[in-house]
Design a protein around this ligand. Sequence first.
Ligand code: SF4
Ligand code: SF4
Length: 470
Amino acid sequence: MAEQEPVNIDDLYADATHWHVNTGGETIHAKRMPGRFRSLKWYASTLWILYMITPYFRWEGHQAILFDIPKRQFHLFSTTLWPQDIWMLSLVLILLAMTLFGLTAVIGRVWCGYFCFQTVWTDWFTWLEDKIEGNPVQRRKLDAAPWNARKIRLKLFKHTLWLLISIVTGVTFAAYFTDAFALWHSYLTLDAPMVAWVVLAAFIFGTYVFAGFMREQVCFWLCPYARIQSVMVDKDTELPTYDVARGEPRGKVRGAGSESRGDCIDCKLCVGVCPTGVDIREGMQEGCITCGMCIDACDSIMGKVDRPRGLIRYASEKVMAGEVLPPLFKRPRVIAYSTIFLLAVAGIVYGMTHIPPVELSVVHARQPLFIQMGNGTVQNKYTIKALNKTPAELHFKLTVEGVDGIKIVGEAGNGIVLEAGKMIPFHLFLAAEPGVLKGKKMPIHFVLESLESPVIRMEYESVFIGPAGY
Ligand code: SF4
Ligand code: SF4
């Protein structure tokens, strides 16, 4: 990705007056520079392209990933998860949380700096702003200039592109909950349901305002993760760190006394490139999203003044104090997060390999508990619910086992047809001949067997109830 012009050190001091610590009072116009971490940030943000294109993937005739809320189904390629399987989604959330916590414990807010949608969308928006309105100095001048045809043209162009990105973001989100192509058609023909318009409006507003205007202020004031990250980092966590011992006393690269100064030439480029306006030389701060832009900036300066790179670098508090960083497997936080992560993975793998194709549930009627017929037989009533979670129609036979002499009344257990993705509820009666019952409550179990595939066999424990002393 093309970036801005190389840094001219003589210009830096002239521009430095514009760079100061962000207090939220004005828009930050961060300088964009090439570098290792800048490239990494671009690569990381391209992962969000997957978010944009995933709803258009098809799999076995349906949308590959679809949260079908009306039908209460979650389609994930060949697998369909039902509300009964929601515990697996909980495990996925735990897994994602542990990944986030673990990475934070090791290398700080890497999620914030490289992957977070707020950071990534803001980066895209400011990249466009940079291309349209110019570098930070030009942008500040444009903002301060009176409105004229050029300013209107540039602002209009920028805001139009921002809105287009916001619209695509909103439609994409909605497309995870309904057929993506049909959704686009319904929006373009103004035929979308109200809920689709509300979702779209909310996302357009949120994306446009958060990424276009609020930017780093969202991280400062709205994001809960920024608040809780301090409990995840410790003295072993590697964070962008200014080497105070090497950099101080800071001062201009030339002039009287320059030979006795530290390596920091006080150009403030590290502040000028910071998307949140932090001066990392003042130590780690809440606003730092560990994006590494200041490292790229300072490395470029060190190269130009012929001093070693790494004045700002990823380093832990322990390492900066001259101690040795312990290996990952000896760090309690990493062990704890990794253990939970692995348990979540094991749970998900178990769940995915053991999802039953059919769900069976049986409810014994309460009113009355049993009916005694004129010929002495006792009958119990049950409500059967059978859910076919596969994409094909299946045929079943229902039987009852456990007590000889207890049978299904009539033909209710034969020829049960379960439509694909549907649940059928029905009632049936069990009858016990006189002398069969050996107690007031007899354990039985229902067996639902597929006529097409014997491996599809579900059992459900229940009871048969009779009169006392029968
Ligand atoms: S730390 Fe590096 S980039 Fe920042 S002011 Fe000093 S020399 Fe410039
Ligand atoms: S201080 Fe450096 S690492 Fe932290 S947010 Fe600013 S540029 Fe990124």
